[in-house]
Design a protein around this ligand. Structure first.
Ligand SMILES: C[S@@+](CC[C@H](N)C(=O)[O-])C[C@H]1O[C@@H](n2cnc3c(N)ncnc32)[C@H](O)[C@@H]1O
Length: 291
């Protein structure tokens, strides 16, 4: 399989229906690369699978009774709900740059305070005990991620915790193939800067965070999700990783792209004994406790 890892900066954020103050807060990079909003409905098609790493990450957070918890990039509120269940006495806050996601989160958890905000400019109340971010930071440009994490940790008191999880799937067939299809079809020039930045290595993360942390725990888990068929892989990534490739295309090109992509997945993922397919999905987890 040909590897097409292009390491171009990438961030796409929707803001046309955002309130003007929040829209102004978006970085200039984000404004320059606007695409469609996230779809909460598409994302939630695989809610159970997507919420597993939330539980796994939270199980490694050492805080017993935090007073204030912020879910950074809370999406439709699935991760926020798990936080609220573990810390019923805490003040829980959720933020996300997607108006559609925040709308869903507010309906789901009416007692939690949610805001449409961009992580690169987000300023939290001081002394937040736990910043929690599941499947979000990889959407920031590579050089922004560590800056955002450090800036937020600086607002915490000693013992405050920053916990995050990001997919580690850039070399999985699901993602290699979407880059290949993007680079070889008639849409290649339109999609030439659609690739996501690779994430920092565990060693890089550790080296950045250890000087300000009493401990930095890093672990990696490889999930194997049994999905109904190859189309289900398409549906899964349509809610996340495929967005930068199909959002810029015309309806006709989008259809052709998805057809090509599905065909390539059928060759890469053999059917299992029960006629389903196994989607391997590695994820990287980090829990840093402030010094
Ligand atoms: C894959 S979803 C994760 C949702 C939820 N945290 C979960 O555990 O399932 C990624 C979320 O990150 C949000 N996001 C991406 N870039 C962001 C940014 N710069 N600031 C705030 N949220 C962002 C998206 O809007 C989306 O809701």
């Amino acid at each position: 399989m040909v590897s097409l890892i292009k390491q171009l900066p990438f961030q796409r954020i929707y803001f046309s229906t955002m309130n003007p103050n929040n829209a102004r807060a978006l970085s200039s990079t984000a404004k320059a690369m606007v695409t469609k909003d996230w779809s909460a409905a598409q994302y939630l098609k695989f809610e159970d699978e997507r919420t597993l790493p939330v539980r796994d990450l939270l199980s490694r957070v050492p805080l017993q009774a935090p007073k204030r918890v912020v879910d950074l990039g809370c999406g439709p509120g699935n991760s926020t709900e798990v936080l609220a269940a573990r810390y019923p006495s805490a003040e829980i806050v959720g933020m996300d740059s997607s108006p559609d996601m925040i709308k869903k989160a507010e309906l789901r958890l009416p007692n939690v305070s949610f805001s449409v905000d961009d992580l690169t400019t987000y300023s939290p109340q001081p002394s937040t005990d736990l910043f929690f971010s599941n499947a979000v930071l990889h959407w920031l440009k590579k050089d922004e991620r560590i800056r955002v994490i450090k800036r937020l940790i600086e607002t915490q008191s000693p013992g405050g915790t920053f916990a995050f999880q990001v997919p580690d799937n850039m070399m999985e067939p699901s993602h290699v193939l979407m880059r290949e299809v993007a680079a070889t079809g008639p849409w290649a020039s339109t999609l030439s800067d659609s690739d996501r930045d690779d994430f920092q290595s565990p060693q890089e993360i550790y080296n950045h965070l250890k000087p300000i942390s009493s401990e930095v725990n890093i672990f990696r888990t490889e999930y194997h999700h049994s999905l109904e068929d190859h189309q289900a892989i398409v549906e899964w990534v349509k809610g996340t990783g495929l967005r930068p490739y199909v959002d810029p295309l015309s309806p006709q090109d989008k259809k052709a792209f998805l057809r090509e992509y599905l065909k390539s997945l059928e060759n890469a993922y053999p059917k299992t004994v029960d006629g389903r397919v196994l989607l391997r999905y590695p994820r990287l987890f980090v829990v840093a406790v402030k010094k």
